[in-house]
Every structure is written in C-alpha cells, then in structure tokens.
Design a binder for this molecule. Structure first.
Ligand code: PGA
Length: 251
C-alpha cells in the first residue's frame, strides 16, 4: 500500500516568523492525521526554525531545491547534506518554475536526485508538460523524456527515496486543475513507464503526486483516482486551514 503524501510548497513566501507561526497553527489542525504523510517546504532561510517547530509533530520538512555537490566553491548553492543538517527529510527537485526560470534540465534533475538520495533525503521529482505541449499532443513524450532523463541510473533500492510529482505547468497557480481523468491518465502512464524502465515492484511502490491548483474542494476527487497517491500544493498550502483541509481529505 502506498501511504498518501501531501506536500505544501511555500515557494518564495513567508518570513521565518510567518513560517513558524503557520507551522504551529497547522500542527494542531493535523495532529490526529496518521494516515497521510504531511510535508511542508519553506524557503531555505526558514528551514531550521521550522524544523525546530515540527519537533514531536507528524509534519516533515522539505527544501525546494538543492545542489548536487556536497561542498566546495559553489557560491549561493545548498547541498543535500546541509538540508539534512537543517532538519529536512525531503527535497523538491525539478519544479517547473526552476525549469522555466533557472535553467533546470533533466540532467541537473538527475544529478540533484542522486545527490539527495545519497545524503539520505527523499527526492520529490517534478515532471509536467506546458500548455503548448499538451495542445500539440506531446504530453506523453515530454513526460517520458523527463522521467527518462531525471531518473536515469537509479537502482530499485534508490527508488525507496523517490517520489514523483506530476504537475502540468498549465495548471500551476492558474486555478485550472487537470480533471481527475486527465490526471489519472498521466499518472498511470508514468507508472507503466516506471515499470518498463525500472521494474514492476518499483512502479507499484513509488508514490506519484499530482500538483496544479489542488484545493480543499478538488482534493478528494483527485485522491480517489487509483494512481494518484498524494498532492504537491502551492497556493492552497500557504494558509493553515486550507492546507489542513487538504491533508484531512479523508474527512
Ligand atoms: P499551485 O502550485 O497549487 O499554486 O498550483 C503547485 C506547485 O507549483 O507545486
């Protein structure tokens, strides 16, 4: 059985104080939720303070990116080892905003994913097609290329630390969610692709999250799909009550 995972990607929002306040509020709202793995991803500067606030709670901590080297002359970068040191258990890799604005490629996604796993982090690896790609019927080929490149060379054992997030770029921050059927269609495609590339046991065990305008109103329907194992939530994760409602989708 794949345990549902709901992750909140706070992107470039919240001061340290705001992030800690939100965490404290969230903690009490989700404390009874044992069925869902709950993760929040604040900005780098808030990680260690938020980590301290998660102590004794069922909320786990993620970073939004990492570098692939452990240390060295790499000004401005943060390594997986330092994310562990700051209290992270997870790291988001290859988010479409990083691909779009910061030159992230499948090759850098692959290096980061391997480095994150080696450091003992769980990598949330994001894939997804743009609107133009969907409209020109390239969705499946784009996803295939991203999965192929981003996860190249991973062993079955390494997959225990991998979570895939399918985030259609046209649905991120737009209020336009993929329909349940549209999302499920890509999720099953990804699972079958993983089976082909890495074997059936990997494909059966890997959690595939959906991301793109997930809200309390649509989470239940999405989570009802057989191959949707969780959600990566942006906008609706910024307020404790809406994020708690999403994580408590089972009611
Ligand atoms: P959104 O963002 O929920 O605001 O659409 C999702 C994401 O970028 O992970």
């Amino acid at each position: 059985m794949r345990k549902p995972l709901i992750a909140g990607n706070w992107k470039l929002f919240k001061t340290i104080g705001e992030a800690v306040d939100m965490l404290n509020e969230l903690k009490s709202l989700v404390s009874n939720n044992k069925e869902v793995e709950i993760v929040v991803a604040p900005v780098f500067t808030a990680l260690s303070s938020v980590s301290a606030a998660t102590a004794g709670s069922n909320i786990r901590l993620s970073a939004q990116d990492c570098y692939w080297e452990e240390e060295g002359a790499f000004t401005g970068e943060v390594s997986p080892k330092l994310l562990k040191d700051a209290g992270c258990s997870h790291v988001i890799i290859g988010h479409s905003e990083r691909r779009q604005y910061f030159g992230e490629t499948d090759l850098t996604v692959n290096k980061k994913t391997k480095a994150a796993i080696a450091a003992g982090l769980n990598a949330i690896v994001c894939v997804g097609e743009s609107l133009a790609e969907r409209e020109s019927e390239q969705t499946f080929s784009v996803i295939e290329t991203q999965i192929h490149g981003g996860l190249a060379g991973l062993s079955e054992k390494m997959f225990a630390q991998v979570i895939v997030a399918y985030e259609p770029v046209w649905a991120i921050g737009t209020g336009k969610t993929a329909s349940e059927d549209q999302a499920q269609e890509v999720h099953i495609f990804i699972r079958q692709l993983l089976a082909r590339l890495f074997g059936k046991s990997v494909a059966d065990a890997v959690r595939i999250l959906y991301g793109g305008s997930v809200k309390p109103e649509n989470v239940k329907g999405l989570m009802g799909q057989p191959d949707i194992d969780g959600a990566l939530v942006g906008g609706a994760s910024l307020k404790a009550d809406s994020f708690a409602a999403i994580t408590n989708f089972k009611g």
